[in-house]
Ligand binder design. Structure first.
Ligand code: SF4
Length: 180
């Protein structure tokens, strides 16, 4: 019997919508669990990767130093790394701040913004340091596959995941290749 694959997932600067889409695969998740186990993932609330895994799925772009460390950790521990969704592929909505300086964004959010009270830019040392811009994953580490969509549909994610765990070509047919 073939070895069960291991899958890990995480969210960087994303909204968890891509993970919700993964959950939308519904009963197919049970089929997937016949072939693979989930390691670190918000789906099972395991917080750390526990060794090498076969497939890593990451949603969200890279907006702070903590994201950089986690992304490198995934790259080092995932044989195949997949950018899941627009934020991971292009930076997505969080990267709209790239049109402005970080200083301007922080001042607009915490000093000058409508309804701001007790104007103060958070400076707790426990907060991860923000990068000057939001980066797509492939500008920080090597990425093996990109799955477009905001979010990619459940059918799209199922197509890619079921192909990767069974060793088939995960290339998307045009019917599933969507960017919205
Ligand atoms: S691609 Fe869309 S659904 Fe996925 S994390 Fe980004 S905003 Fe959310």
């Amino acid at each position: 019997m073939a070895r069960k694959r291991k899958i890990a997932t995480c969210s960087l600067a994303g909204c968890f919508g891509c993970h919700m889409s993964l959950l939308d695969t519904d009963e197919r998740l049970l089929e997937l669990l016949e072939l693979a186990d989930f390691d670190r993932s918000p789906i099972n609330d395991i917080k750390e990767i526990r060794g090498m895994v076969d497939i890593g799925l990451i949603e969200g772009g890279v907006c702070n130093v903590e994201n950089v460390h986690l992304l490198h950790h995934f790259r080092d521990h995932c044989r195949v790394l997949v950018s899941m969704g627009e934020c991971a592929i292009t930076g997505g909505i969080p990267s709209m701040r790239n049109h402005h300086t970080l200083k301007a964004c922080l001042e607009e959010s915490y000093i000058r913004g409508v309804g701001v009270e007790n104007a103060h830019i958070p400076d707790d040392p426990e907060l991860p340091l923000l990068l000057n811009k939001v980066y797509p994953l492939h500008e920080v580490v090597q990425v093996d596959y990109h799955v477009p969509g905001c979010p990619p549909s459940a059918d799209t994610l199922w197509h890619v995941l079921s192909a990767l765990v069974t060793g088939r070509d995960p290339r998307l047919p045009t019917t599933l290749l969507r960017y919205d």
